[in-house]
Design a protein. Structure first.
Length: 139
């Protein structure tokens, strides 16, 4: 269970008012905000042609990342990598109470999976750790 502070709750409230999308989680970083919306709410959060998310960016004056929640870790990981052909997702017990999720991608999709400066894989690792208490590895 993730504990949210006052700042996160304020950001969630404003995001929900602006988008109409229900938020499950929020992470505040110095240069960006990360929101996890309920399953099926991604379209509402982004808006037609990105109009809603652009309004949110203007309001917060930060980079905004949005991920869609899912019931299973596999579905959540697939949602984190739209447009990337994930060959496999293997989830197994890791050290202690943590799980280990390994994703395999084609070599041609590796750059897209990692993202510019490693941003996409870092975001996925952060959210998978926070939502599912699992370590994410790209192989």
């Amino acid at each position: 269970m993730v504990t949210l502070g006052n700042d996160e709750l304020k950001c969630i409230t404003l995001f929900e008012q602006l988008t109409g999308a229900a938020v499950e989680d929020c992470i505040i970083e110095p240069d960006r905000l990360i929101f996890v919306v309920k399953e099926g709410q991604m379209g509402r959060a982004i808006g037609k042609g990105g109009s809603t998310i652009n309004k949110v960016r203007d309001m917060f004056k930060k980079q905004i990342d949005v991920a869609e929640d899912a019931e299973t870790i596999e579905a959540f990981i697939r949602g984190m990598f739209p447009g990337v052909n994930l060959k496999s997702i293997n989830v197994r017990e890791g050290e202690g109470t943590k799980k280990l999720a390994q994703i395999t991608v084609d070599s041609k999709d590796r750059g897209a999976a990692i993202g510019r400066g490693g941003a996409r894989i870092k975001l996925a690792r952060t959210l998978v750790e926070r939502r599912f208490r699992a370590e994410l590895k790209l192989v």
